[in-house]
Design a protein around this ligand. Sequence first.
Ligand SMILES: *[C@@H]1O[C@H](CO)[C@@H](O)[C@H](O)[C@H]1NC(C)=O
Ligand SMILES: *[C@@H]1O[C@H](CO)[C@@H](O)[C@H](O)[C@H]1NC(C)=O
Ligand SMILES: *[C@@H]1O[C@H](CO)[C@@H](O)[C@H](O)[C@H]1NC(C)=O
Length: 367
Amino acid sequence: MTLLVTFATVVTLLVISIDGYNCKVVQFIFGDSLSDVGNNDRLSRSLARANLPWYGIDFGSGMPNGRFTNGRTVSDIIGDKMGLPRPPAFLDPSLTEEMILENGVNFASGGGGILNETGGLFIQRFSFYKQIKLFQGTQELIKAKLGTAAADKFFQESQYVVALGSNDFINNYLMPIYRDSWTYNDEGFIDYLMETLGAQLRVLHKLGARQLMVFGLGPMGCIPLQRVLSISGSGECQEKTNNLALSFNKAANNLLEDLSKNLPNASYRFGDGYDVVNNVIKNPSKYGFENSDSPCCSFGRIRPALTCVPASTLCKDRSKYLFWDEYHPSDSANELIADEIIKRLNFTRVNENNSPSPAPADAPSPN
Ligand SMILES: *[C@@H]1O[C@H](CO)[C@@H](O)[C@H](O)[C@H]1NC(C)=O
Ligand SMILES: *[C@@H]1O[C@H](CO)[C@@H](O)[C@H](O)[C@H]1NC(C)=O
Ligand SMILES: *[C@@H]1O[C@H](CO)[C@@H](O)[C@H](O)[C@H]1NC(C)=O
């Protein structure tokens, strides 16, 4: 079955009936700060939290909500455009079995990585392995409620998003305080990441994940923090870091193709927004941006500011900045990335109608 057909089916069957329960198709999201919607806010010792203004200023009430940006994440936007509910954070105290069946769960955690050791500097964060463990616990709850057969069906019908990897570079390999930075060379480190990610995705398949998307990395060498730390002091993008992102994306694409071929009934896809973000960086005005090299939220001239705080000042037009803070894209950048991934995975029809509808019969089929 091709991806196109598979996803079209999912969009058509937004409500599936499982032994009397009308379950929606929901999402389970695994990720880092680019997808966190409040888990780290409830990890009281974590040093990576988006719990102060001006995080969330363009989202709902404008109060901090745990997202590391001013508005929506890429996963928020893709889910919205596919007609899927937004999953609550795993640590949301109001999370119940009913909520899980209605909305799925988001396990993403700022500072988390593919590797357990990534982001240790933040003291508390959920690594991908930890997120998978938490997902297993969630499955047990649902099994207790629905019975094994119905629960299995529910989890097989669900959508899975995996968006990790930036921290394995920024907060591990590229920082000399981490052992991995002196244990591996570039190629060896990416092999190690792929081996680990492959094993993790196989575990998710065993747990029932059939429809899964992995998001690739953006031009990490061009985030404001990397520019400010450039050795030459020129504020240029760090090419070495960008090349690592490109190598990661290439290897991950191959891994996902391989898994999709070899795991039964799996539609495991890879999508990245590297090129589109890189284009904006090179030519912001062409894409409606005014600034693509510094954070919208900054602390006077003090750089890097590391996080956005109440005493920071904001840029005049937040929609015109590619970056929200030193690390994270703005809502408008996330929209651009989401649209690119949707386009690459051929979700454009859903997007155009802005309502869930099956792909038209004349859609090109890779078969
Ligand atoms: C990573 O952490 C998980 C628990 O979160 C543990 O089960 C696993 O063995 C660890 N893996 C490695 C390679 O250390
Ligand atoms: C694959 O899908 C078929 C048809 O839906 C089903 O009978 C079979 O059990 C599935 N296999 C796995 C491993 O999910
Ligand atoms: C999406 O469609 C384009 C052409 O319309 C095709 O070249 C490409 O292979 C398709 N991609 C996927 C992931 O199906």
